[in-house]
Design a protein around this ligand. Structure first.
Ligand SMILES: [Zn+2]
Ligand SMILES: [Zn+2]
Ligand SMILES: [Zn+2]
Ligand SMILES: [Zn+2]
Ligand SMILES: [Zn+2]
Ligand SMILES: [Zn+2]
Ligand SMILES: [Zn+2]
Length: 239
């Protein structure tokens, strides 16, 4: 019964082939129409494939094909098909290009493509997400100064604003100056001198600094004649 079924199947296939082929040739049909070839196709999923060969009469028992060798009949040595060739898996960061069938490798592992750590992320491979190094502990803040905001010494991120200078106003002798960082602005104002008098030396109106000595009274004329009172301030000579 089975044989009849396959024979019928074979006929059906050959008929359909003839129908599809615009220029059917008799040899095509006759080659596909043998009971042997049709029955061999029913056993293809067993490990060792057996089929009867109408020419040699060998019931072939094939070895498995490998990356390098085609399947070979262990009985008669007939070779069928081609070697499979390697089934390469692409190289990764840590492994070279490898054949998933036979384990052969070629070339080298790619090595990690490191992206440097930040204040919040570890050093990490761009390709495989592997991480390494210390766990990040966030920013390392330096204190804000007169001119710079609080700042991370590692990544440069800033927070808030600069404090601004704490100015002490300029004086007669010192420029405007920051009490925190010591930076100066502009120049010292200079003294505002009040001229020396008979009794007082030159004196600054702002800071009371003095310079030189009092002029002293003038109790004589330019010609040397004595006077009763000071020629400059009118002070009595007797007092
Ligand atoms: Zn064989
Ligand atoms: Zn291989
Ligand atoms: Zn990697
Ligand atoms: Zn930072
Ligand atoms: Zn300052
Ligand atoms: Zn002064
Ligand atoms: Zn005087």
């Amino acid at each position: 019964m089975k044989k009849l079924f396959y024979l019928f199947l074979g006929l059906a296939i050959s008929l359909s082939l003839a129908a599809c082929n615009t220029t059917p040739s008799g040899t095509d049909v006759s080659n596909t129409d043998t009971a042997g070839t049709v029955s061999s196709s029913t056993n293809t999923d067993t490990d060792q494939i057996t089929s009867s060969d109408t020419d040699t009469g060998c019931a072939h028992i094939y070895t498995e094909a490998t990356c390098y060798e085609a399947k070979v009949c262990t009985l008669c040595g007939e070779v069928a098909g081609d070697a499979l060739g390697h089934a390469w898996q692409e190289a990764t960061c840590t492994e070279a290009k490898t054949c998933s069938r036979c384990g052969e490798t070629t070339g080298k592992a790619l090595g990690h493509d490191w992206k440097e750590a930040t204040c919040f992320t570890m050093k990490k491979c761009n390709r495989c997400d592997e991480t390494t190094g210390d766990r990040p502990e966030g920013h390392t803040w330096s204190e804000a100064t007169c001119t710079e905001a609080k700042k991370c010494t590692v990544c440069g991120t800033t927070f808030g604003t600069a404090l601004g200078h704490d100015w002490k106003e300029a004086t007669c002798t010192e420029a405007k100056k920051c009490t925190v960082c010591g930076v100066t602005s502009g120049e010292a104002l200079g003294h505002k001198w009040k001229d020396a008098t008979c009794t007082d030396p030159k004196e600054c109106l702002e800071c009371e600094a003095v310079s030189g000595t009092a002029l002293g009274h003038t109790f004589k004329t330019p010609e040397g004649e004595p006077l009763d009172a000071c020629a400059v301030c009118g002070e009595d000579a007797d007092s």
